[in-house]
Design a protein around this ligand. Structure first.
Ligand SMILES: NC(=O)c1ccc[n+]([C@@H]2O[C@H](COP(=O)([O-])OP(=O)(O)OC[C@H]3O[C@@H](n4cnc5c(N)ncnc54)[C@H](OP(=O)(O)O)[C@@H]3O)[C@@H](O)[C@H]2O)c1
Length: 311
């Protein structure tokens, strides 16, 4: 709303100075430049992933499983990790239909030695890492903070997976990513942008993830480190975990894990710091950074009309 009002005010002010014709011409120029930029930065993704060495966490189900399968179809070499051996093996056998280069590591990414083992596997099998996708997450059932019996324990187990896997895996793979001029993809959420009640631990972990990677990106630029970071906040995706936790929040129909994975794979080659797989998150990200209080009020109003708060 504010954006529309400000946009209208700017247009009217410019109209008095420049007239409609000049405004239209400038708008057209900006449009052409945007299309040219998009065209210049577009990459043939069928080619892009061929032979790329990808480390992917959280591949036993949900979005991670879809990412693994689609990457295997596009010729990537994969090291996939999760804790549930059987489900990970299921993902592996799906991927093996497309490529022989798929290795699994049974790993709890909240543990330092398991993170080291994931990177070691990629180095042992493929000689390095090109793309590191940090997808594994622990998303507990929504709960008011006042109902936590042992909040510190809960927070440390959520942060242990959602934040510390990134710290550890980046630490162990950075020299390899440096050599390959690789890409790190932290998978995030709208809960890392907006203020959503009843998910304080999860929201904290995703906000912290943004802080960590924004700071790391500054360090990479200042030290000429040739590694890109692409933070991907995702919308509501119809995985089992999300349907249980997020459905009552009234986030719309959601997109399938397959669709989400496909959109993510189109975003990775762009090497942008932020990549939004749909416009709602893009809009949320931009409005929130301009008007956080407004967005907080809007979030409360929206949630109070759903069953989420008291389900
Ligand atoms: N689905 C959505 O609507 C949505 C929205 C926004 C953001 N996201 C983000 O998208 C990513 C994937 O979400 P999803 O819905 O696909 O989740 P999911 O279906 O619950 O899958 C989570 C994956 O993480 C793994 N994992 C969890 N704890 C782990 C641990 N300690 N060590 C190793 N692996 C662990 C799980 O495997 P094991 O249990 O076998 O270990 C599983 O493979 C997450 O980062 C999530 O925050 C999802």
């Amino acid at each position: 709303m504010y954006v529309l009002v400000i946009g209208a005010a700017c247009t009217l002010t410019l109209k008095n100075r420049m007239g409609w014709r000049k405004i239209l011409a400038v708008g057209l120029l900006i449009g052409v430049a945007a299309v040219a930029w998009e065209w210049k930065s577009s990459v043939n993704i069928e080619e892009f992933y061929k032979g790329k060495r990808v480390v992917l966490t959280g591949a036993s189900k949900g979005i991670g499983k879809s990412l693994a399968i689609q990457l295997s179809k596009r010729g990537a070499k994969l090291v996939i990790a999760a804790r549930t051996v059987q489900k990970l093996a299921d993902t592996q056998s799906e991927c093996l239909k497309n490529t022989p280069h798929v290795h699994t590591v049974r790993a709890d990414v909240s543990k330092e030695e398991d993170c080291r083992a994931i990177v070691d596997k990629a180095v042992e099998e493929f000689g390095g890492v090109d793309i590191l996708i940090l997808n594994a997450a622990y998303s507990p059932n929504p709960q008011w903070f006042s109902d936590y019996e042992k909040p510190a324990e809960k927070f440390s187990s959520v942060l242990g997976v959602n934040l510390l896997q990134s710290v550890q895996l980046v630490h162990f793979s950075l020299s390899h990513l440096n050599k390959s001029q690789g890409i790190i993809v932290p998978v995030s959420s709208g809960a890392g942008i907006a203020a959503i009640p009843k998910v304080s631990a999860y929201a904290t972990s995703k906000h912290a993830l943004h802080g960590y990677f924004k700071a790391l990106n500054q360090e990479f630029i200042l030290t000429n480190t040739p590694v890109s970071i692409t933070i991907m906040p995702l919308p509501y995706v119809l995985t089992e975990t999300a349907v249980t936790n997020w459905k009552p929040i009234g986030t719309g129909d959601g997109i399938t894990a397959e669709d989400c994975a496909d959109r993510m794979l189109h975003g990775i080659p762009k090497r942008q710091l932020w990549y939004y797989v749909d416009w709602t998150l893009w809009f949320m990200g931009h409005v929130y950074s301009l008007y956080p209080e407004f967005f907080d009020v809007f979030t409360r109003l929206h949630l109070s009309r759903t069953s989420y708060l008291f389900s």
